[in-house]
Design a protein around this ligand. Sequence first.
Ligand code: GLU
Length: 444
Amino acid sequence: MKLRFAPSPTGLLHVGNARAALANWLHARRHGGAFILRLDDTDLERSKPEYAQAIEEDLRWMGLDWDERVAQSDRLGRYAAAAEALKASGRLYPCFETEEELAYKRERRRREGRPPLYDREALRMTPDQIERALANGKQPYWRFKLATRTVTWLDLVLGERSVKLSAISDPVLVRADGSPLYTFTSVVDDIDMGITHVIRGEDHVTNTGIQLDIYEALGGNPKTLTFGHLPLLTDDAGGPLSKRLGSISLRHLRKDGIEPAALAGYLAALGTSADPVPGMPAALAPAWDISRVSHATARFDTRQMLVLNRRVLHEAPFATVQDRLPEGADEAWWLAVRGNLDLMREARPWFDIIRGTIVPPVLEGEGEFLTAALAALPPEPWDATTWAGWTGAVKATTGRKGKALFLPLRLALTGEEHGPDLATLLPLIGREKAALRLRLSAGA
Ligand code: GLU
């Protein structure tokens, strides 16, 4: 078993790509197969090494690795040879029509109520006509002559699927400048690399029909190839995700503080009926089953991903996050605050509250109460029982209870209305800071 993830390095990875990458990786690892990263970079104008590098970084961040890395730009000779073989067998034919001519023909067919298919006029050119066009300095581009059959396959996700090739225009596989197109290079690679499973987005279904035909024309046995097409993702509002691609690249999610285990766990369960559980890919692989992915489009719900994110942080051991914490952060501090975080960046204010300095608000009308609380502060050493003892004493002297007792103390000590358990926080804040903050809040 051998799978591949084949991104085009023409932009940053977005969650749709990440889902395909993860599904291929999980499938490979679950079944003991190999996984290769293949950069579809034959579009030399749009492909950028910076994007290739960013893609690799983002994949690693999400916990994915690969057994082999291939760049299509290193294999141009191989594609040229495969194109020659198709020319020799009459499946790849030269075309000379300009964009304008093609647009005109499409428009004419549309007016006649016919589908705007390419009419294969170039295929009817005589050798003489071709000779003359070449002599006139015209550079041909090359189309693949599709068979007239209907291609059928059993899709791992969508079930039985078919594509009627006669309803599709012969695809251009080689541009006039000689550069090969993805539709073609991908098939050459899948054959050469012995790819057994292709998992990708549902937007590639028509490509699969075309590519299976090319696969056969190149001498490949399509029976050795299994496809799985993942239904497209929609955004929170049910619209196509692609409209907001920029805002949901992995880079952005990472910058926004999404943890890789939250993203991976969320994507692995997306479109299935399983409850998402956070986890890095290696931990998710044993339970992976592509047949659980439903045929329906899946909604990418950022709120649900945030729920997972919170779970990841709440359970994260100190050692796994240490290098991302504010300098000087210690384990006791982390254990006290992690349960209160939705996003890692919310940790910083709690560092200042506990280990640094804050100026709490002056609480109008609470001066007397806070002064009484200050007077009741016990001497150190403090531990997890100090809070209960202290507030018990404050309650007895002031007669306050419930919110009226606790809220002003929380506001004075942390400057926040909500936060981690004060029994844990109080000994971490320590007597000196606690006393100062009570005094400041009392307006003294
Ligand atoms: N480069 C293509 C894409 O990113 C690859 C599709 C495929 O997996 O074959 O859509």
